[in-house]
Write a protein that binds this ligand. Structure first.
Ligand code: NAD
Length: 356
Protein backbone atom coordinates (compact mmCIF):
# COMPACT_ATOMS: atom_id res chain seq x y z
CA UNK A 1 0.00 0.00 0.00
CA UNK A 2 1.37 3.41 -0.93
CA UNK A 3 1.26 5.86 1.97
CA UNK A 4 -0.01 9.25 0.86
CA UNK A 5 1.84 12.37 2.02
CA UNK A 6 0.57 13.79 5.30
CA UNK A 7 1.22 16.27 8.09
CA UNK A 8 0.81 15.16 11.68
CA UNK A 9 0.87 17.37 14.79
CA UNK A 10 0.49 15.57 18.11
CA UNK A 11 -1.63 17.30 20.73
CA UNK A 12 -0.28 17.28 24.28
CA UNK A 13 -2.52 15.47 26.76
CA UNK A 14 -1.90 13.35 29.79
CA UNK A 15 -4.32 10.43 30.10
CA UNK A 16 -4.86 8.37 33.23
CA UNK A 17 -7.02 5.41 32.31
CA UNK A 18 -8.66 2.55 34.16
CA UNK A 19 -10.80 1.28 36.98
CA UNK A 20 -10.12 3.22 40.16
CA UNK A 21 -7.99 5.85 38.41
CA UNK A 22 -9.95 8.59 40.20
CA UNK A 23 -7.73 7.75 43.16
CA UNK A 24 -4.94 9.54 41.32
CA UNK A 25 -6.83 12.82 41.25
CA UNK A 26 -4.89 14.49 44.07
CA UNK A 27 -1.53 13.51 42.61
CA UNK A 28 -2.63 14.85 39.24
CA UNK A 29 -3.79 18.14 40.72
CA UNK A 30 -0.38 18.45 42.41
CA UNK A 31 1.28 17.71 39.11
CA UNK A 32 -0.55 20.69 37.58
CA UNK A 33 0.80 22.81 40.44
CA UNK A 34 -2.76 23.69 41.49
CA UNK A 35 -3.92 24.46 45.00
CA UNK A 36 -7.47 25.72 44.41
CA UNK A 37 -9.61 23.73 42.02
CA UNK A 38 -13.09 24.80 40.94
CA UNK A 39 -15.18 21.67 40.37
CA UNK A 40 -17.67 21.87 37.48
CA UNK A 41 -20.73 19.70 36.83
CA UNK A 42 -24.33 19.76 35.64
CA UNK A 43 -27.03 20.05 38.32
CA UNK A 44 -27.78 16.35 37.74
CA UNK A 45 -24.21 15.37 38.57
CA UNK A 46 -23.88 17.51 41.71
CA UNK A 47 -23.31 14.40 43.87
CA UNK A 48 -20.35 13.35 41.73
CA UNK A 49 -18.96 16.90 41.94
CA UNK A 50 -19.27 16.76 45.73
CA UNK A 51 -17.36 13.49 45.76
CA UNK A 52 -14.57 15.16 43.79
CA UNK A 53 -14.55 18.12 46.19
CA UNK A 54 -14.32 15.70 49.13
CA UNK A 55 -11.35 13.93 47.59
CA UNK A 56 -9.65 17.29 47.00
CA UNK A 57 -10.32 18.53 50.54
CA UNK A 58 -8.59 21.89 51.05
CA UNK A 59 -7.60 22.00 47.40
CA UNK A 60 -11.26 22.35 46.35
CA UNK A 61 -12.09 26.05 45.94
CA UNK A 62 -15.80 25.35 45.35
CA UNK A 63 -18.38 23.71 43.09
CA UNK A 64 -20.18 25.30 40.14
CA UNK A 65 -22.98 22.96 39.12
CA UNK A 66 -24.78 24.88 36.38
CA UNK A 67 -23.29 23.34 33.24
CA UNK A 68 -25.90 22.87 30.48
CA UNK A 69 -25.86 21.77 26.85
CA UNK A 70 -24.12 24.06 24.29
CA UNK A 71 -22.52 26.43 26.87
CA UNK A 72 -24.73 29.57 26.97
CA UNK A 73 -22.52 32.66 27.22
CA UNK A 74 -24.34 33.75 30.40
CA UNK A 75 -23.39 30.49 32.16
CA UNK A 76 -19.81 30.83 30.95
CA UNK A 77 -19.62 34.41 32.28
CA UNK A 78 -21.03 33.40 35.65
CA UNK A 79 -18.57 30.51 35.92
CA UNK A 80 -15.65 32.79 34.96
CA UNK A 81 -16.65 35.29 37.65
CA UNK A 82 -16.92 32.58 40.28
CA UNK A 83 -13.54 31.14 39.29
CA UNK A 84 -12.08 34.65 39.69
CA UNK A 85 -13.78 35.33 42.98
CA UNK A 86 -12.63 32.03 44.47
CA UNK A 87 -9.11 32.50 43.16
CA UNK A 88 -9.31 29.16 41.34
CA UNK A 89 -6.10 28.04 39.65
CA UNK A 90 -7.59 25.04 37.86
CA UNK A 91 -10.98 23.65 36.78
CA UNK A 92 -11.96 20.03 37.32
CA UNK A 93 -14.80 19.15 34.91
CA UNK A 94 -16.68 15.99 35.85
CA UNK A 95 -19.36 15.02 33.32
CA UNK A 96 -20.01 14.93 29.60
CA UNK A 97 -19.35 17.32 26.76
CA UNK A 98 -21.48 20.06 28.32
CA UNK A 99 -19.39 20.22 31.48
CA UNK A 100 -16.06 19.92 29.67
CA UNK A 101 -17.37 22.65 27.36
CA UNK A 102 -17.97 24.95 30.32
CA UNK A 103 -14.42 24.29 31.51
CA UNK A 104 -13.19 25.21 28.04
CA UNK A 105 -15.13 28.48 28.11
CA UNK A 106 -13.37 29.41 31.37
CA UNK A 107 -9.97 28.36 29.99
CA UNK A 108 -10.48 30.33 26.79
CA UNK A 109 -10.73 33.51 28.80
CA UNK A 110 -8.27 32.85 31.61
CA UNK A 111 -5.91 30.10 30.47
CA UNK A 112 -6.91 28.13 33.59
CA UNK A 113 -5.76 24.50 33.21
CA UNK A 114 -8.56 21.93 32.93
CA UNK A 115 -8.52 18.46 34.40
CA UNK A 116 -11.37 16.57 32.73
CA UNK A 117 -13.09 13.49 34.14
CA UNK A 118 -15.41 12.32 31.32
CA UNK A 119 -18.51 10.36 32.30
CA UNK A 120 -20.05 10.09 28.80
CA UNK A 121 -18.48 9.01 25.52
CA UNK A 122 -19.08 12.26 23.55
CA UNK A 123 -15.40 13.13 23.62
CA UNK A 124 -14.79 16.84 24.09
CA UNK A 125 -11.86 16.16 26.41
CA UNK A 126 -9.19 15.42 23.79
CA UNK A 127 -9.98 18.36 21.51
CA UNK A 128 -8.96 22.04 21.33
CA UNK A 129 -12.47 22.82 20.02
CA UNK A 130 -14.83 24.99 22.08
CA UNK A 131 -18.42 26.10 21.56
CA UNK A 132 -20.37 29.03 23.04
CA UNK A 133 -24.01 29.94 22.47
CA UNK A 134 -24.97 33.61 22.31
CA UNK A 135 -28.43 34.89 21.28
CA UNK A 136 -29.39 31.40 20.16
CA UNK A 137 -26.37 31.05 17.86
CA UNK A 138 -23.64 28.51 18.64
CA UNK A 139 -20.15 29.64 17.69
CA UNK A 140 -17.32 27.16 17.65
CA UNK A 141 -13.61 27.76 17.45
CA UNK A 142 -10.24 26.15 18.10
CA UNK A 143 -7.73 27.28 20.68
CA UNK A 144 -4.90 25.24 22.21
CA UNK A 145 -5.64 26.86 25.60
CA UNK A 146 -8.93 24.95 25.96
CA UNK A 147 -7.42 21.48 25.51
CA UNK A 148 -7.58 19.79 28.93
CA UNK A 149 -4.11 19.26 30.40
CA UNK A 150 -5.05 16.02 32.11
CA UNK A 151 -7.86 13.53 31.51
CA UNK A 152 -8.85 10.86 34.01
CA UNK A 153 -10.93 8.08 32.46
CA UNK A 154 -12.42 5.96 35.23
CA UNK A 155 -15.11 3.53 34.03
CA UNK A 156 -16.67 3.38 37.49
CA UNK A 157 -17.97 6.92 36.94
CA UNK A 158 -19.83 6.06 33.74
CA UNK A 159 -21.73 3.10 35.19
CA UNK A 160 -24.56 5.48 36.13
CA UNK A 161 -24.95 6.74 32.54
CA UNK A 162 -28.36 5.38 31.45
CA UNK A 163 -28.20 2.77 28.67
CA UNK A 164 -30.00 4.94 26.09
CA UNK A 165 -27.62 7.85 26.70
CA UNK A 166 -24.65 5.46 26.66
CA UNK A 167 -25.71 4.19 23.24
CA UNK A 168 -26.29 7.59 21.61
CA UNK A 169 -23.20 9.12 23.19
CA UNK A 170 -21.17 6.12 21.96
CA UNK A 171 -22.60 6.47 18.44
CA UNK A 172 -21.68 10.18 18.59
CA UNK A 173 -18.10 9.10 19.34
CA UNK A 174 -18.14 6.60 16.47
CA UNK A 175 -19.25 9.43 14.17
CA UNK A 176 -16.05 11.36 14.96
CA UNK A 177 -13.87 8.38 14.16
CA UNK A 178 -15.85 7.42 11.04
CA UNK A 179 -15.52 10.89 9.51
CA UNK A 180 -11.89 11.04 10.63
CA UNK A 181 -11.22 8.06 8.37
CA UNK A 182 -11.80 10.15 5.26
CA UNK A 183 -10.75 13.56 6.57
CA UNK A 184 -9.01 15.88 4.13
CA UNK A 185 -6.21 16.33 6.68
CA UNK A 186 -6.26 12.69 7.81
CA UNK A 187 -3.15 10.60 8.35
CA UNK A 188 -2.33 6.92 8.87
CA UNK A 189 -1.96 7.26 12.64
CA UNK A 190 -5.44 8.77 13.02
CA UNK A 191 -6.88 6.05 10.78
CA UNK A 192 -5.43 3.34 13.04
CA UNK A 193 -6.84 5.11 16.08
CA UNK A 194 -10.22 5.65 14.42
CA UNK A 195 -10.66 2.01 13.40
CA UNK A 196 -9.70 0.75 16.84
CA UNK A 197 -11.95 3.37 18.45
CA UNK A 198 -14.97 2.21 16.43
CA UNK A 199 -14.21 -1.44 17.21
CA UNK A 200 -13.80 -0.87 20.95
CA UNK A 201 -16.88 1.33 21.22
CA UNK A 202 -19.17 -0.98 19.24
CA UNK A 203 -17.99 -4.01 21.17
CA UNK A 204 -18.29 -2.26 24.53
CA UNK A 205 -21.75 -0.83 23.81
CA UNK A 206 -23.08 -4.27 22.90
CA UNK A 207 -22.09 -5.49 26.36
CA UNK A 208 -23.23 -2.33 28.18
CA UNK A 209 -26.77 -2.77 26.81
CA UNK A 210 -26.80 -6.30 28.29
CA UNK A 211 -25.12 -5.44 31.59
CA UNK A 212 -24.87 -1.68 32.26
CA UNK A 213 -22.82 -2.27 35.42
CA UNK A 214 -20.18 -4.42 33.74
CA UNK A 215 -17.03 -2.43 34.45
CA UNK A 216 -15.01 -4.17 31.73
CA UNK A 217 -17.64 -3.23 29.14
CA UNK A 218 -17.69 0.34 30.48
CA UNK A 219 -13.86 0.41 30.23
CA UNK A 220 -14.04 -0.71 26.58
CA UNK A 221 -16.49 2.10 25.82
CA UNK A 222 -14.34 4.67 27.59
CA UNK A 223 -11.25 3.41 25.75
CA UNK A 224 -13.21 3.79 22.51
CA UNK A 225 -14.32 7.26 23.61
CA UNK A 226 -10.71 8.31 24.18
CA UNK A 227 -9.63 7.06 20.75
CA UNK A 228 -12.58 8.58 18.89
CA UNK A 229 -12.11 11.88 20.72
CA UNK A 230 -8.43 11.88 19.77
CA UNK A 231 -9.45 11.62 16.11
CA UNK A 232 -11.89 14.52 16.52
CA UNK A 233 -9.15 16.62 18.09
CA UNK A 234 -6.71 16.00 15.26
CA UNK A 235 -8.56 16.04 11.94
CA UNK A 236 -11.45 17.87 10.29
CA UNK A 237 -15.01 16.61 10.03
CA UNK A 238 -17.21 16.55 6.90
CA UNK A 239 -20.79 16.08 5.65
CA UNK A 240 -22.09 14.11 8.62
CA UNK A 241 -21.10 16.84 11.07
CA UNK A 242 -22.48 19.57 8.82
CA UNK A 243 -25.84 17.76 8.70
CA UNK A 244 -25.91 17.27 12.48
CA UNK A 245 -24.98 20.91 13.16
CA UNK A 246 -27.78 21.95 10.80
CA UNK A 247 -30.35 19.72 12.47
CA UNK A 248 -29.21 20.65 15.99
CA UNK A 249 -28.70 24.37 15.35
CA UNK A 250 -31.73 25.17 13.17
CA UNK A 251 -34.27 22.54 14.27
CA UNK A 252 -33.19 22.06 17.88
CA UNK A 253 -32.80 18.31 17.52
CA UNK A 254 -30.95 16.55 20.38
CA UNK A 255 -27.19 16.31 19.80
CA UNK A 256 -26.15 12.68 20.34
CA UNK A 257 -29.43 11.17 19.06
CA UNK A 258 -29.17 13.16 15.83
CA UNK A 259 -25.63 11.89 15.27
CA UNK A 260 -26.88 8.35 15.84
CA UNK A 261 -29.70 8.59 13.29
CA UNK A 262 -27.76 10.45 10.57
CA UNK A 263 -24.44 8.55 10.70
CA UNK A 264 -25.34 5.44 8.63
CA UNK A 265 -26.83 7.63 5.91
CA UNK A 266 -23.93 10.11 5.75
CA UNK A 267 -21.41 7.28 5.61
CA UNK A 268 -23.47 5.53 2.91
CA UNK A 269 -23.42 8.81 0.92
CA UNK A 270 -19.62 9.02 1.13
CA UNK A 271 -18.70 5.33 0.85
CA UNK A 272 -18.09 5.29 -2.91
CA UNK A 273 -15.78 8.32 -2.65
CA UNK A 274 -13.93 6.93 0.38
CA UNK A 275 -13.69 3.16 -0.14
CA UNK A 276 -10.77 2.64 2.25
CA UNK A 277 -12.63 4.39 5.07
CA UNK A 278 -15.72 2.28 4.34
CA UNK A 279 -13.64 -0.91 4.42
CA UNK A 280 -12.16 0.04 7.79
CA UNK A 281 -15.63 0.73 9.25
CA UNK A 282 -16.90 -2.63 8.01
CA UNK A 283 -13.85 -4.40 9.49
CA UNK A 284 -14.20 -2.55 12.82
CA UNK A 285 -17.83 -3.68 13.04
CA UNK A 286 -17.11 -7.37 12.56
CA UNK A 287 -16.46 -7.68 8.82
CA UNK A 288 -19.78 -9.31 7.96
CA UNK A 289 -21.36 -6.46 5.99
CA UNK A 290 -20.93 -5.39 2.37
CA UNK A 291 -21.64 -1.74 3.14
CA UNK A 292 -20.42 0.57 5.90
CA UNK A 293 -23.76 2.40 6.04
CA UNK A 294 -25.66 -0.85 6.58
CA UNK A 295 -23.12 -1.98 9.21
CA UNK A 296 -23.65 1.25 11.21
CA UNK A 297 -27.41 1.07 10.75
CA UNK A 298 -27.53 -2.52 12.07
CA UNK A 299 -25.26 -1.59 14.98
CA UNK A 300 -27.55 1.26 16.04
CA UNK A 301 -30.64 -0.90 15.63
CA UNK A 302 -29.18 -3.79 17.63
CA UNK A 303 -28.32 -1.33 20.40
CA UNK A 304 -31.93 -0.12 20.53
CA UNK A 305 -31.06 3.42 19.38
CA UNK A 306 -33.53 5.87 17.83
CA UNK A 307 -33.51 5.26 14.07
CA UNK A 308 -35.54 8.12 12.53
CA UNK A 309 -35.37 11.92 12.46
CA UNK A 310 -39.15 11.77 12.71
CA UNK A 311 -39.02 10.40 16.26
CA UNK A 312 -36.52 13.13 17.21
CA UNK A 313 -39.10 15.78 16.34
CA UNK A 314 -38.31 16.75 12.74
CA UNK A 315 -41.32 17.12 10.42
CA UNK A 316 -41.43 16.22 6.73
CA UNK A 317 -41.79 19.86 5.58
CA UNK A 318 -38.51 20.62 7.46
CA UNK A 319 -36.57 18.39 5.07
CA UNK A 320 -36.36 20.91 2.21
CA UNK A 321 -35.18 23.70 4.50
CA UNK A 322 -32.68 21.37 6.17
CA UNK A 323 -31.32 20.52 2.70
CA UNK A 324 -30.93 24.23 1.87
CA UNK A 325 -29.10 24.96 5.11
CA UNK A 326 -26.89 21.88 4.79
CA UNK A 327 -25.89 23.02 1.30
CA UNK A 328 -24.91 26.52 2.39
CA UNK A 329 -21.24 26.90 3.44
CA UNK A 330 -20.64 23.17 3.12
CA UNK A 331 -17.64 21.57 4.87
CA UNK A 332 -15.05 19.83 2.71
CA UNK A 333 -16.38 16.36 1.84
CA UNK A 334 -14.89 13.41 -0.07
CA UNK A 335 -17.94 13.24 -2.35
CA UNK A 336 -19.29 16.43 -3.93
CA UNK A 337 -22.41 17.75 -2.21
CA UNK A 338 -25.31 17.07 -4.59
CA UNK A 339 -28.66 18.62 -3.72
CA UNK A 340 -30.90 15.78 -4.82
CA UNK A 341 -28.79 13.12 -3.16
CA UNK A 342 -28.62 15.12 0.12
CA UNK A 343 -32.41 15.56 0.06
CA UNK A 344 -32.74 11.80 -0.40
CA UNK A 345 -30.24 11.15 2.40
CA UNK A 346 -32.33 13.30 4.76
CA UNK A 347 -35.55 11.57 3.63
CA UNK A 348 -33.96 8.19 4.37
CA UNK A 349 -32.81 9.38 7.79
CA UNK A 350 -36.26 10.81 8.44
CA UNK A 351 -37.89 7.48 7.67
CA UNK A 352 -35.12 5.26 9.10
CA UNK A 353 -34.55 3.41 5.85
CA UNK A 354 -31.65 0.94 5.98
CA UNK A 355 -28.86 1.99 3.57
CA UNK A 356 -28.11 -0.55 0.82
P1 NAD B 1 -24.00 16.16 28.31
O1 NAD B 1 -22.66 16.53 28.83
O2 NAD B 1 -24.94 17.27 28.00
O3 NAD B 1 -24.67 15.13 29.31
C1 NAD B 1 -26.01 14.71 29.12
C2 NAD B 1 -26.69 14.44 30.46
O4 NAD B 1 -26.14 13.24 31.00
C3 NAD B 1 -26.44 15.53 31.49
O5 NAD B 1 -27.59 15.72 32.24
C4 NAD B 1 -25.34 14.93 32.36
O6 NAD B 1 -25.33 15.44 33.67
C5 NAD B 1 -25.75 13.48 32.34
N1 NAD B 1 -24.64 12.56 32.64
C6 NAD B 1 -23.40 12.59 32.15
N2 NAD B 1 -22.66 11.57 32.63
C7 NAD B 1 -23.48 10.87 33.46
C8 NAD B 1 -23.31 9.72 34.24
N3 NAD B 1 -22.18 9.03 34.24
N4 NAD B 1 -24.36 9.30 34.97
C9 NAD B 1 -25.55 9.94 34.93
N5 NAD B 1 -25.78 11.04 34.19
C10 NAD B 1 -24.74 11.50 33.46
O7 NAD B 1 -23.90 15.27 26.97
P2 NAD B 1 -22.69 14.85 26.03
O8 NAD B 1 -23.33 14.09 24.93
O9 NAD B 1 -21.58 14.24 26.80
O10 NAD B 1 -22.15 16.23 25.47
C11 NAD B 1 -22.84 16.95 24.47
C12 NAD B 1 -22.25 18.33 24.30
O11 NAD B 1 -20.85 18.24 24.13
C13 NAD B 1 -22.78 19.06 23.08
O12 NAD B 1 -22.98 20.42 23.39
C14 NAD B 1 -21.66 18.91 22.06
O13 NAD B 1 -21.67 19.96 21.12
C15 NAD B 1 -20.45 18.95 22.96
N6 NAD B 1 -19.27 18.28 22.38
C16 NAD B 1 -18.20 19.05 22.14
C17 NAD B 1 -17.05 18.48 21.61
C18 NAD B 1 -15.84 19.32 21.38
O14 NAD B 1 -14.83 18.84 20.90
N7 NAD B 1 -15.87 20.58 21.71
C19 NAD B 1 -17.01 17.10 21.35
C20 NAD B 1 -18.14 16.34 21.62
C21 NAD B 1 -19.28 16.94 22.15
Amino acid sequence: MAIANFTYTGLPARVIFGKGSLQQLETEIDRLGSRRALVLSTPEQRAQAERIADILGERAAGIFDKAVMHVPIETAREARQIADKLGADCAVAIGGGSTTGLGKAIALDSGLPILAIPTTYAGSEMTPVYGLTENGLKKTGKDPRVLPKTVIYDPELSVSLPVDLSVTSGMNAIAHAAEGLYAQDGNPVMSLIAEEGIRAMAEGLGRVTQAPEDLDARADCLYGAWLCSTVLGNVGMALHHKLCHTLGGSFNLPHAQTHTVVLPHAIAYNASAAPEAAARIIRALGGKHDSAGAALFDLAKDLGAPMTLHELGLTEPDLDRATDIALSNPYWNPRPIEREAIRELLQNAYEGKRPA
